[in-house]
Design a protein around this ligand. Structure first.
Ligand code: ADP
Ligand code: MG
Length: 288
């Protein structure tokens, strides 16, 4: 049903002769409410549609007709050997890389291939890169304020001007990332794991519908890894989350649906136990 609906929509868009730049989002805006502002329509239960996505670098296919759907509220783990195309897939979703072929939709109304990186971020897709990029000299609280301000030149003294709702959100996020007691400490004083959580917190301040997280537990202690699994599990439902991760214990502890990528395609997909027992997966990945 999902595949059919996405294909149908793409076909209808082609038939009606809309150009990419004037795409469905613009049509949505005319009908009432710019989807970039109102957010994605996931009323069909799917938050992300990737269909037949191919990305070539000098003839080499980093993604090879990749098709993948993420359900609204889902926490999905993506694994796969180095070079499988995991980062390239995130680059396509966030608008950093344009595919040669295929379609990518955020809910029913937002054509990701018709929007720029900042527009996609504004529409509600947050991306956490591997390396934490918090502002070390500023406090935990200031880092969260800053991420809410957007414009980095105006952050100073912002907290005093926040609405009660915004303050409430900051408190809520501090609680989620387990840094309530450390709010006044400089971010530079946090452990590596805590910095990763702070950065996730900074993304949460934007209230993303879809959160893409690249190798969150690399370099973490076992306790931090466990806490990160809890944190992401707690966020699922309210947010849809795609986690790329090498740490198999972590993926196992999340115990959700797992998709294995290999050579730019989906090699296997299902519950961890099933994927782990799949001979194809053992051959290319677990036996690596
Ligand atoms: N900008 C690029 N130019 C050329 N080749 C690239 C580029 N980005 C990625 N690749 C290649 O595409 C393949 C997939 O890379 P990537 O998406 O980073 O894999 P993963 O994140 O799963 O390790 C790799 O073989 C990589 O070398
Ligand atoms: Mg990668």
């Amino acid at each position: 049903m999902n595949m059919a609906s996405a294909r149908l929509r793409a076909a209808l868009a082609r038939l009606s002769g809309r150009s990419r730049s004037a795409g469905p989002a613009r049509v949505g805006a005319m009908l009432g409410g710019d989807p970039l502002v109102t957010g994605p329509d996931a009323s069909h239960g799917v938050i992300l549609y990737l269909e037949d996505i191919t990305v070539s670098f000098d003839g080499f296919k980093a993604l090879d007709a990749l098709t993948l759907y993420i359900e609204a509220g889902e926490l999905r783990c993506i694994i796969g050997p180095n070079g499988a195309g995991k980062t390239t897939m995130m680059d396509v979703i966030t608008g950093k890389t344009r595919p040669d072929q295929g379609s990518a939709w955020f809910g029913q109304t937002i054509d990701l291939l018709a929007h720029t990186e900042p527009e996609i971020a504004q529409a509600g897709i947050g991306r956490k890169f591997q390396k934490p990029t918090v502002f070390e000299r500023h406090s935990v609280l200031e880092n969260l304020e800053l991420s809410m301000a957007g414009d980095r030149s105006v952050w100073r003294g912002l907290f005093a001007r926040l609405s009660p709702l915004e303050r409430e959100r900051i408190e809520e996020v501090l609680e989620i990332i387990a840094l309530t007691g450390r709010r006044h400490e400089p971010a530079g004083a946090l452990s590596h794991g805590q910095k990763q959580w702070l950065e996730i917190g900074m993304l949460l301040m934007q209230n993303p519908r879809l959160l893409l997280v690249d190798e969150p537990v690399a370099g973490m202690t076992p306790q931090e890894t466990e806490r990160t699994a809890e944190l992401l599990t707690a966020l699922a439902g309210r947010h849809s989350i795609v986690v790329v991760e090498h740490d198999m214990d972590f993926v196992r502890s999340i115990a959700r649906r797992v998709t294995v990528l290999h050579e730019g395609r989906v090699l296997a997909d299902g519950p961890m136990e099933q994927v782990q027992a799949d001979p194809k997966v053992i051959e290319v990945y677990l036996g690596e």
